[in-house]
Design a protein around this ligand. Structure first.
Ligand SMILES: [Zn+2]
Length: 402
């Protein structure tokens, strides 16, 4: 079946199975109508549906909403080659522009049609969004904000001891950003399992910062690991906890109560454990971090925490696009049902990115979806070979989608 060279402004899609993104059970033998780029009707198949002119027959496929990666760094590749990484960290926009374009293409070919960028030190992703035409929905943070002398220099700008976070948010942010990124801890130790780093901004600083952000209607995403730094961040009224390693059950329970979204970026630890030599301290500690994060995710599911999927693509070994399936496989190992996994990577992501017409296969939502051969038992692994429908056509693998 060759569907890739046709435009479908209106279409009738026959789906063997449908996972609609809401978390509800998979439906069988469904007919989905598309009109002017929107889903217009979703119902059981009738015999007459097969006579439609613009028929997309996906009887042997499972259909799900196109995906959302809620945490990436577009300026950096997932390569393990340290020479390339070093170059990308300092490269000018004229060079990084082509790299970002390639990363966006990779995302779209894997069915990701919206991404949230977690920042880069030179604000390249923001400049890209403003100056280069693109087909993907791009939510950018510009430069993340961190305290001088603490972790965060790769993804943002540092604030001197005299400068308050609140002041930086009020006066220093460039126009065009979609959310504010704050760094409020260090990285995970790859030597001492579970070692907590101190917070960067205390409770009073965080609260004032969040008030300043909300007065401008910006959501706040916070890079943060460890019990105390996470506790302070949640209490301040932020929107999402990024990473959240070793935050503990009390914090997760509080997140469920306060409807704070968690983006656990679990695959980063698997990738880094594979980067270091097997049985090295770093590799084994990363493995333990990974296992602990999967345990936290299992608890979060039971506690009813809203979880969105973010890969942290651009980290070592975490490639743009293809890593999303790796992240979803880890959700499965934490005990999530496939419908719940899909909800995290579609609807929950759309909520976080404030995209009201994406993330569900539902009447009046944007008609973007992916089609995966076979039934739901093969998911999420089978998503590697997904067909991607976006903006009235199927992307072909060689498409320059950006
Ligand atoms: Zn990140």
């Amino acid at each position: 079946m060759n569907l890739t060279n046709k435009k479908y402004n209106t279409a009738t899609v026959i789906a063997g199975y449908l996972i609609d993104g809401s978390g509800s059970d998979t439906k069988k033998n469904i007919c989905i109508k598309i009109d002017n780029g929107k889903f217009s009707k979703i119902r059981n198949i009738k015999n007459s549906d097969y006579k439609n002119q613009n028929l997309i027959d996906l009887t042997d496929y499972t259909i799900l909403p196109a995906l959302i990666d809620s945490h990436v760094h577009l300026f950096m590749s997932g390569t393990c080659n340290q020479e390339i990484r070093k170059k990308q960290l300092t490269a000018e926009f004229s060079h990084i522009k082509n790299i970002i374009k390639q990363h966006i293409k990779q995302h779209m070919q894997c069915g990701v049609i919206a991404i949230r960028d977690g920042g880069d030190r030179l604000g390249h992703a923001l400049l890209y969004k403003q100056t280069v035409a693109h087909n993907i929905k791009l939510n950018v943070s510009g430069c993340g904000l961190h305290k001088k002398g603490r972790y965060g220099q790769l993804i943002g700008i540092s604030l001197s001891k005299k400068e308050s976070l609140e002041h930086a948010i009020e006066r220093k942010l460039p126009s065009g950003i979609d959310q504010i990124k704050i760094v409020n801890s260090g990285l995970n130790s790859l030597v001492t399992f579970g070692k907590e780093t101190p917070y960067q901004f205390d409770a009073a600083e965080m609260k004032k910062a969040v008030i300043a952000a909300k007065s401008k209607n910006y959501p706040v995403m916070v890079h943060v690991n460890g019990k105390e730094p996470v506790r302070i961040s949640i209490e301040s009224g932020i929107d999402s906890i990024e990473h959240g390693f070793f935050m503990g059950k009390d914090n997760l329970q509080k997140m469920a109560e306060k409807r704070v979204t968690w983006v656990p970026t679990i695959y980063t630890m698997k990738a880094i454990s594979q980067y270091f030599l097997e049985s090295s301290t770093e590799s084994e500690t990363a493995r333990k971090n990974l296992d602990h994060q999967i345990e936290q995710l299992a608890f979060a599911r039971d506690a009813g925490v809203r979880v969105a999927v973010g890969t942290d693509a651009g980290s070592i070994g975490v490639h743009h696009g293809s890593s999303i399936v790796e992240e979803l496989k880890l959700f499965k190992s934490a005990g999530y049902k496939i419908e719940e996994i899909i909800k995290c990577v579609t609807y929950n992501g759309a909520k976080l990115l404030r995209l009201d017409d994406k993330g569900l296969i539902k009447k009046d939502f944007t008609a973007s979806f992916i089609a995966v051969k076979g039934n739901i038992c093969l998911l999420p692994e089978s998503m590697k070979d997904a067909m991607v429908f976006h903006n009235d056509h199927f992307l072909c693998k060689t498409d320059t989608a950006s």
